[in-house]
Design a protein around this ligand. Structure first.
Ligand code: UDX
Length: 456
């Protein structure tokens, strides 16, 4: 079976590489010439554990290829997957489908025989129908169900564990009412079926909505535990125990109940906004999702406020510029993705307060090639901060250290030793702000320890 993947970004690349591992012939297409040149040389544009090995193997076994020439590969494709971006449309919060429709317009003239078009991109309910209409407009002789079908097949990959999520998914969701397309999709996922992966086949609209509902529900879980963390602080409780206490009830489940600095990334913020916008446009606003979005934004603001007040205390005592080190600037650990990370909001706010900021991140350390990429998101402040090349270096002379992500290398730190390297005095102890609940209170006893949802 021949698969063409339109879009070689995060989802397209991971999905394409994984299907090639299953033995299908996969060609990934992208308009970015430099990216395709690099991929053909085995250079991967993103950090995702295990992806480079899969891509190298795919290239070697000739199961995986990369091209910018879409028209050369569409005619003999059995399945064309659309994995282009659907960013938030700033005017209404809805997903911008410009890239999706452009991809459809590009492939339609070149389709030959029966072709299944699969939307992997996260698209609002009703998009599949609009794609069918667009194809009809472009090629009126082409019949749905005979010459082509449009199928929804959302991805549920987490950055940092995307390969594992693909190979061992909790479920696969396929949205189609066409018997032909259903057969093709069953063949495509047959390798997973052998591992007894549940494959839910439903109609296209429901499938499109499932993706948003799943992310909306998970986002709600996070917003909920973060609000409970705030209550724990007031009553001197322990949010980790609270999460366990509710999560051991199988109806609730223990996963996704880690209190933190609010959710970020390329999916939850964008997808909750799009779901809210869809619900509003259908005259059925989702009060829950509207609140989740609001709760998450105010979470970020209040945690930034907490850092600012620690800075203020220090300023009053020391009467000089305060040195703050931020550890972890990505939206979570095990990724180089900084989209909608709290760091992007916190760092400029601190700089406005005349603070000296140093960053350490395993992906964005001093002299790392990725610093260039950071400029795409932080051009207005990146030149005003310093970069450390180690955790030790980040602690040196810092007045306050703030942990924003949960990288493994942060977990076993010798805090006692690190404390001594900070700018400390009897009047003003070093401040450790732990927004991922990484550290034991006992280990952090030298510091003024700020944590979330716990007794201090
Ligand atoms: C998410 C979904 O998990 C995935 O199924 C979907 O297809 C894409 O979006 P991802 O954005 O990679 O994946 O990250 P995820 O691990 O889900 O975390 C999202 C955000 O929530 C991060 O900012 C993370 O730090 C935060 N989070 C997650 C918490 O604060 N607490 C938790 O318990 C879990």
């Amino acid at each position: 079976m021949k698969i063409v993947m339109i879009g070689s970004g995060y989802v397209g690349l991971v999905t394409g590489a994984c299907f090639s591992e299953f033995g299908f012939d996969v060609t990934c297409v992208d308009i970015d010439t430099k990216k395709i040149e690099n991929l053909n040389k085995g250079i991967i544009p993103i950090y995702e554990p295990g992806l480079d090995a899969l891509v190298h193997k795919g290239i070697q076994t000739q199961k995986l290829a990369f091209t910018t020439q879409l028209k050369d590969v569409i005619h003999d494709a059995d399945i064309v997957m659309i994995a282009v971006g659907t960013p938030t449309n700033e005017s209404d919060g809805q997903a911008d489908l410009g890239y999706v429709f452009k991809a459809i317009a590009d492939i339609t003239p070149h389709m030959d025989d029966y072709t299944v078009i699969v939307t992997k991109s996260t698209v609002p309910v009703g998009t599949g129908k609009k794609i069918v209409e667009l194809i009809h407009n472009l090629r009126p002789e082409y019949r749905e169900g005979v010459d082509f079908d449009v199928v929804s097949n959302p991805e549920f990959l987490r950055e940092g564990s995307a390969i594992e999520d693909f190979m061992k998914p909790d479920r696969v969701v396929v949205g189609t009412s066409s018997p032909l397309a259903k057969k093709m999709m069953q063949k495509l996922y047959h390798p997973l079926h052998l591992m007894e992966t549940p494959i839910l086949i439903t109609d296209r609209n429901t499938s499109e909505l499932i993706k948003y509902a799943a992310n909306g529900f998970l986002a709600l879980k996070i917003a909920f535990i973060n609000e409970m963390a705030d209550l724990c602080e007031i009553v001197n409780g322990e949010v980790n125990d609270l999460a366990k206490g509710i999560g051991l009830d199988n109806r609730i489940g223990q996963k996704f109940l880690n209190a933190g600095p609010g959710f970020g990334g390329s999916c939850f913020p964008k997808d909750t906004r799009a779901l809210a916008s869809t619900a509003h446009s259908l005259n059925k606003p989702s009060l829950l999702i509207d609140s989740v979005i609001q709760s998450n934004e105010s979470r970020k603001d209040s945690l930034i406020e907490r850092v600012q007040s620690e800075i203020q205390i220090k300023k009053e005592i020391l009467n000089r510029k305060i040195n703050v080190s931020i550890l972890g600037i990505t939206f979570k650990a095990n990724t180089d993705d900084i989209r909608e990370a709290i760091s992007l909001k916190m760092i400029p706010a601190l700089l406005k307060n005349d603070v000296s900021v140093k960053i350490y991140d395993p992906m964005y350390y001093k002299n790392s090639d990725r610093l260039q990429h950071l400029k795409d998101y932080a051009n207005d402040w990146v030149d005003q901060v310093d970069f450390a090349n180690s955790v030790n270096n980040a602690f040196e002379n810092a007045d306050i250290v703030v942990f924003l992500t949960e990288w493994n290398e942060f977990r076993g730190l010798n805090l006692k030793k690190l404390y001594k390297t900070m700018a400390i005095s009897n009047l003003s102890p070093g401040v450790l702000i732990d927004y991922r609940n990484l550290f034991d209170k006992e280990d952090a006893r030298d510091f003024r320890f700020v944590t979330i949802g716990r007794k201090t």
